[in-house]
Design a protein around this ligand. Sequence first.
Ligand code: NIG
Ligand code: FE
Length: 434
Amino acid sequence: MPALPPPTLVIRNIGELLTMNGERTIPSATGSVGIISEAALVARGERIIWLGPMAQLDEIAFESSETPPQIIDAGGKVVTPGLIDAHTHLVFAGDRAGEFQQRHAGASYEEIQARGGGIASTMRATRAASYGELVALARERLRSMRAHGTTTVEAKTGYGLDRESEERLLTVAVHFAAETDLPQVVPTFLGAHVVPPEFRADRAAYVRAVRDEWLPAFAGRAAFCDVFCERSAFSLDETRSILSTARRLGYHLKLHAEQLSRSGGAALAAELGATSADHLDCAGDADLDHLAAAGVVGVLLPGCSLTLNTPYPDARRLIAHGVRVALATDFNPGTCYCENLQMMVALGIAHMGLTLPEALLAVTRHAAAALALADRGTLAPGLRCDLALWDIPRHDAIGYHFGVNLVTGVVIGGRPHPPAPPVSSWEPCAPSSR
Ligand code: NIG
Ligand code: FE
């Protein structure tokens, strides 16, 4: 084997390296989870260049370099791909703790929305916030997500609901693409979240503004377009008209579908070739067959069920129909104020019928598919070096030991956070010295 280029990062003494693909696998109904015991992983820049059993590391020849690589000793603990949160409403101001209490006193989510609360209440706080305030709020949340092992975050607009405010939210999301120390942000335009109060008398005019003015203006800045297809938000026809235009403009598509009622959104997602259909709590069997046939990823959001005290979506049923299942937080101020994807893994196992390998695939490989990202979610040479470093010797503690943070650090694009302490024991095996 020819010498590999000089490494910039070496992680050794990994107790279990979960590659989420490849040989040495734990099978599951939704794919195999590759696992290498006593492993090492080597990166150059933002890419992985080698991984395998620790015992083989000394046999690999690396070209020498003036600059020694950073070394991390994983202490015999677990390393997985960085977690991918494929559905969040990252950027907003204010909170809705009061509504949370009202719901526990008996009011429903839709009743509160009809009274002018809910999404409209966050809209008012978000419109009043400056760009700088929104950046600061999003940064804190991204730091919290990173601390819990997340290295890629989808971020929706949808709390501005006028041209200027939606653009501000999108600009905040795009801003973080340039910050290499934080999770990578994938921006989604969700102008069709609800019809804002000033358009209630003429909702068709709002749909036209989103479709004919904002979508063309934001093309190229948002990777995805999403619509909340729901009786209290946008009808099936409105959703079709917005998403068909988005598709022509080059957006990938997502839908909030079948969350509070059966809307037909899942079948529409299949018809339009959406990348994912999200929520799916009320999806019927035929809906799931459509999603499976079209290869649409089902993104399930158990934090909403926990918060709203509603039944959990049945992940086993999706899997039985052949739908790929991802799990995400849905981080937002109304239905899931939680940055921690580990918690969704625990809920997925406890309440949704997922096995541990399936739940891990749902926040790595299948979550990457829900964002149409082919360079992450599994570990192999050539892929991004995005990792979660866990404080557990075996991965079977994940989901079992819950409600605490089991992650001690991450690597994002080959850069450790928190930064690795300097260790200078690396002696590259230059080809000439062998
Ligand atoms: O995914 N369903 C619509 N949007 C969010 C809720 C947003 C909110 O209540 O602020 C969701 O659950
Ligand atoms: Fe959502």
